[in-house]
Design a binder for this molecule. Structure first.
Ligand SMILES: O=P(O)(O)OC[C@H]1O[C@H](O[C@H]2O[C@H](CO)[C@@H](O)[C@H](O)[C@H]2O)[C@H](O)[C@@H](O)[C@@H]1O
Length: 268
């Protein structure tokens, strides 16, 4: 079920209304736009000391997993934390500090394709000023935040040409000034959340799964059965954009500071 983001309450209100304010939580956190504000250059999205403190405190009282489009080692580095479960590359690459790599059949066997597509994107985008190609474990991100608007159609052509060169093999997900090109595999952040709830034994009665995200790829997690039916999806969105956004989330927060305050509350 989807709703207009501007009509959704804040997550604290939802938890109180459901009588769930004292539950145990399994908290799934997206990274960019949730734990750090969106910035011009991806490498500059470093988590603050205060957010690190809040997430670490929360991890003492709840299960915390980071589910990001970024590569897993990059997430650990940007967060400055290596003791959390991290599902990197949109959930394709999962690692637990306690049990090591968490595998799943659906997301294996695409490495050659991703390497080839990454080379093609790099070659084709090289002539477009301002583009930034971010090679990743299971996808390639073509960033165009610094590209003149008049050249956005050229960037789109690169994506279209690469997709056309691999009929039926790829899909592209739009993000914040980024095209995420991935293998066309039935795996996403929502599937990763369901998998984590199983393998980390988090489906216990009284454990409420919460997912906090800001981007289009997070909609897969908001509509995952465990989040949509009985869990809580929280969309982070600027109130100025909320009227235009349909979402499967059930609550909203305005920005990264509001996320910090909410997580701080959960940690108490
Ligand atoms: O799933 P997420 O953790 O939200 O990651 C989504 C993508 O985030 C990064 O790109 C976005 O954030 C950058 C830093 O703020 C910004 O410069 C860029 O324009 C945004 O698209 C990251 O670089 C991607 O790999 C992630 O997939």
């Amino acid at each position: 079920m989807s709703a207009r983001a501007s009509q959704l309450p804040d997550p604290g209100t939802v938890l109180t209304e459901r009588g769930a304010a004292d539950s145990s939580y399994a908290v799934f956190l997206d990274y960019d736009g949730v734990l750090t504000p969106i910035v011009d250059r991806p490498m500059d999205a470093i988590m603050t000391d205060e957010m690190r403190r809040i997430v670490s405190e929360l991890a003492k009282r709840a299960s915390v997993c980071v589910v990001s489009g970024r590569d897993r080692p990059v997430i650990s580095q940007l967060m400055g934390l290596d003791d959390l479960v991290v599902a990197g590359s949109h959930g394709f690459d999962i690692h637990s500090p306690e049990t090591g790599r968490i595998t799943h059949d659906a997301s294996e066997g695409f490495e050659e394709l991703v390497a080839e597509v990454t080379r093609e994107v790099q070659e084709r985008a090289a002539g477009i000023e301002g583009t930034l190609v971010e090679p990743k474990h299971a996808s390639v991100a073509l960033h165009y935040r610094a590209v003149e608007e008049s050249a956005h159609a050229q960037v789109q052509r690169v994506v279209d040409d690469v997709l056309a060169a691999h009929p039926g093999e790829l899909r592209v997900t739009p993000g914040k000034f980024v095209h995420e090109i991935q293998p066309k595999i039935d795996w996403n952040k929502g599937r990763a959340v369901e998998h984590l709830l199983d393998v980390l034994d988090l489906r216990a009665p009284g454990v409420l799964p919460i997912y906090v995200g800001d981007d289009i790829t997070d909609e897969d997690a908001f509509s995952a059965p465990s989040i949509a039916d009985g869990g809580l999806g929280v969309l982070v969105i600027d109130p100025a954009d909320a009227d235009a956004r349909e979402t499967a989330a059930a609550a909203v927060l305005a920005d990264v500071d509001a996320v910090g305050a909410f997580l701080d509350q959960l940690a108490r």
